[in-house]
Design a binder for this molecule. Structure first.
Ligand SMILES: [Ca+2]
Length: 317
């Protein structure tokens, strides 16, 4: 398989950390860079964690460009320390990374890298979408320079996880999400419809952690334990959904997913804020307002066991 260059837009975050380990472990993925955003944590913490994970994974050369610390428009809610810990990695002693972030803002990094390699780079975005929205605002032609955009976020028919209708990444910045999901670039949404069908069990995580070097294994293991407590106590699940790794799985193995083509939009205000609305292509509705947005793909089905098998095989081979 040819190597796939990606920029990973992230808010690490426990499931982000697993996904970062995954993209570093897969020899067929070239991590052109990581861009950071607020979301699971404030952006300074996200940048710290991205730099740290790159170093622990033995890839300190991966550039990390810091981005949005606030939503475009809404007043942010406090970061969810009860899910990811104050440090984003389950409250554990963490070393200070020695590297420094790229001098550029995340949006400028996205613009520059896609100018250098037009048509080659996939953007894999697994946090709130402010960085991609900012890049679109600064350089609308970026839609023609990406190979594809894969986002973890949203829900077409599964309801939400932070409100009855909204998934966290979209809820955190619905105005940015609306711009990104309707921008007209080749985009696939990997949302709760499929990520909730995947579970990393404690046994699987133990095997994954044991296969890493000691420092990275400890960070992944301890952060997983904290996250698993949330799932056990609040979701009633013995295991965790590897939401962000599912976007990477789609990049590598789209055949494990069922996609439907159609039109997405985002509710930006009011009680439904952060809800993604999906209109499958060709459905006749009473108004054409549902079919005016550009076509995108939405993942509606997945072989969840095959996805977590692939994750484990890649991380623990
Ligand atoms: Ca994330």
């Amino acid at each position: 398989m040819t190597t796939q260059p990606i920029i990973f837009d992230t808010d690490p975050g426990v499931d982000d950390a697993q996904a970062i380990a995954l993209i570093m472990a897969d020899p067929d993925i070239e991590v052109v860079g990581m861009t950071t955003t607020f979301g699971n944590v404030r952006v300074a913490t996200a940048t710290h964690n991205a730099l740290l994970l790159a170093e622990l994974g033995g890839q300190p050369q991966i550039p990390v460009a810091q981005g949005a610390d606030y939503p475009l428009s809404k007043t942010p809610y406090p970061v969810p320390t009860f899910i990811h810990g104050d440090d984003g990695l389950g409250n554990q002693p963490l070393p200070t990374p020695s590297g420094q972030p790229d001098a550029r803002n995340a949006a400028q990094f996205l613009i520059d890298k896609t100018l250098e390699r037009p048509g080659e780079i996939s953007l894999v975005a697994v946090g709130p979408l402010g960085n991609l929205a900012m890049a679109l605002a600064l350089d609308p032609d970026i839609v023609n320079r990406v190979k594809q955009v894969i986002i973890m976020g949203g829900s077409a028919g599964r309801g939400g996880n932070v409100t009855p209708v909204a998934e966290a990444n979209i809820f955190n910045d619905p105005h940015a999400a609306r711009k990104v999901l309707t921008a007209g670039w080749p985009l696939t949404m990997v949302g709760l419809d499929v990520t909730l069908e995947t579970v990393i069990t404690p046994e699987r995580m133990a095997r994954i952690a044991a296969a890493q070097n000691e420092d990275l294994g400890r960070v992944l293991s301890k952060s997983y334990d904290f996250y698993a407590d949330f799932y056990r106590n609040n979701v009633g699940l013995d295991g965790c959904c590897p939401h962000d790794s599912c976007a990477v799985a789609f990049l590598k193995h789209p055949e494990l997913f069922t996609t439907v083509e159609g039109h997405l939009d985002v509710i930006t205000e009011g009680i439904g804020e952060g809800q993604t609305i999906f209109a499958p292509a060709g459905q006749p509705y009473v108004s054409d307002r549902w079919s005016q947005n550009p076509l995108v793909k939405v993942c509606m089905g997945v072989d969840g066991n095959a996805v977590v098998d692939w994750i484990e095989q890649t991380l623990a081979g």
